[in-house]
Design a protein around this ligand. Sequence first.
Ligand code: NAD
Length: 256
Amino acid sequence: MGKLDGRVVIVTGAARGQGEQEARLFAAEGARVVVADVLDDQGEALAEEIGALYVHLDVGLEVDWQAAVAAAREAYGQVDGLVNNAGILRFNALVDTPLDEFMQVVRVNQVGCFLGIKAVAPEMADGGTIVNTASYTAVTGMAAVGTYSATKHAILGLTRVAALELAPRGIRVNAMCPGAIDTAMSNPSLLDPDADAEETSRALDGLYRKLVPLGRIGKPQEVARLALFLTCDDSSYITGQPFVIDGGWLAGVSVI
Ligand code: NAD
């Protein structure tokens, strides 16, 4: 018996990184998964490998959301879960951030999450789940990623309001707040076919050994397990909450 037997779950940004691991784990736990992304080749290959449906979905486009939900219903007859995982990161001091860049990040991270809730919740079976991927920068500030941090704070607001509004239908809405996770977002060398992925991950561990109490960068598979917990019945009495998964980074400041 899988923890998601019989359930249909859409995962956005699922072609790689955390979304890919969520799609893999959910499929292994019995879900029928909709892999949604703008990276069509990677998304299609993953979907074929794990027996999922791939849909091209730019999360900032309402028309794409309508098509994705329709495709999920046509293939599987229902939608029970959504993981709003797609996201982008840009580095800049706030005063140096061009408005276009600010709006680009808002469009994917914040509008994408809003449109996902708006498009999927009305089509979702009662008792469904929504998991929004925020960040530890949703609960604290971080210099040089102000735009990103602002959108991730906004995702927590969307999560809480959606949880209140959808609770009468038994739909639970929670947020994940990952710290540094070893994906292309934190480790762009993963996108370089010539780079040694293990070597770059070890180098990042060296950096995070000083910053993070558990002494290493997180793995996308670890975030996937939190997404599974929030999507399956193990979290049946939990809604409207942020879950930090950061190796203890936000626990406090150490002087030793
Ligand atoms: P990633 O860059 O590997 O994956 C992001 C995915 O989102 C990619 O597959 C990308 O194609 C997709 N995407 C981007 N724009 C899209 C759009 N408009 N429509 C649909 N898909 C789109 O990075 P990741 O770490 O796997 O990121 C997943 C989520 O986790 C993001 O929301 C990110 O902000 C969040 N997060 C990441 C970290 C980290 O350190 N990696 C930390 C905290 C939070």
